[in-house]
Design a protein around this ligand. Structure first.
Ligand SMILES: [Ca+2]
Ligand SMILES: [Ca+2]
Length: 247
């Protein structure tokens, strides 16, 4: 190898390494203020009948009432974009018959969500049914078709590219109960898999690239790895403030 090639090779090897080290040290020293409640957005979620919601791979909200009464779950979310939302929604249905109320009724589902940044459910979300029944609406000999739920269905990098889009349903079709009308769902659509009555376990996924309302929001996901900027109050209190900050 001639000397010029050796220098070029050395540069190719060392430049990415130096860049990575530089990035790491920048990450360590970058300071960020602590997040405040005004950095959060409100998430309103209504499911017929229940749901688990993950954001960026982490569990964020669980419906506190599995069956009835129908309720709205309203939680604070500290957003980070892109934001991957994954929801496991279930209609109340016996896993063996697909029916409810002691196998006397075929219940219906429905899911709707709105975040304070303008994120809403609609037909652009992905949806896949994992439990469907009773097959052919046969209530005398009810059978269900189920598929195992993938272990990593909520992961950011889960491949949903082959899934169909969710189907939108009107408010009249879903018939939400009173708590729904006491919360802001403006602009959001009820979604489900193809069949509102027979699809009983449905996973939805959606990736929000940037805040739909266009507001610039800070990324606080690394806040535990940096020393927060000192505010005026922290500076005045000196060393004791550290104890107070430690949350
Ligand atoms: Ca139901
Ligand atoms: Ca059903």
């Amino acid at each position: 190898m001639n000397p010029r090639s050796s220098i070029l090779l050395l540069m190719l090897v060392t430049f990415p390494l130096a860049t990575a080290i530089g990035q790491q040290s920048r990450n360590k020293t970058t300071s960020i203020r602590k997040p405040r409640m005004e950095d959060t957005i409100k998430a309103n979620i209504y499911a017929d009948n229940t749901f688990e919601l993950y954001i960026n791979g982490e569990i964020t909200a669980v419906d506190s009432i599995k069956f009835i009464p129908h309720n709205v779950i309203s939680v604070d979310v500290l957003p980070k974009y892109p934001m991957t939302i994954a929801v496991l929604a279930r209609d109340n249905a016996d896993p063996k018959t697909g029916m409810e109320y002691a196998n006397t009724n075929i219940g219906d589902g429905g899911f709707i969500l709105k975040f304070g940044d303008g994120t809403v459910t609609n037909g652009q979300w992905k949806a896949k049914s994992f439990s469907h029944g009773p097959l052919g609406r046969d209530t005398t000999n009810p059978k269900v078709k189920t598929e195992p739920i993938p272990e990593n269905w909520f992961a950011i990098d889960f491949d949903d590219s082959k899934w169909k889009n969710a189907k939108e349903f009107s408010q009249d079709e879903v018939g939400p109960k009173e708590p729904f009308f006491k919360h802001d769902f403006g602009g959001a659509k009820f979604i489900w898999a193809d069949d509102l009555t027979l699809d009983n376990t449905v996973i939805f996924r959606n990736r929000v690239e940037r805040s739909p309302d266009g507001k610039v929001r800070l990324d606080f996901s690394n806040v535990n790895n940096v020393i927060p900027e000192k505010t005026g109050r922290n500076r005045r209190k000196g060393g004791n403030s550290r104890k107070r900050q430690g949350k």
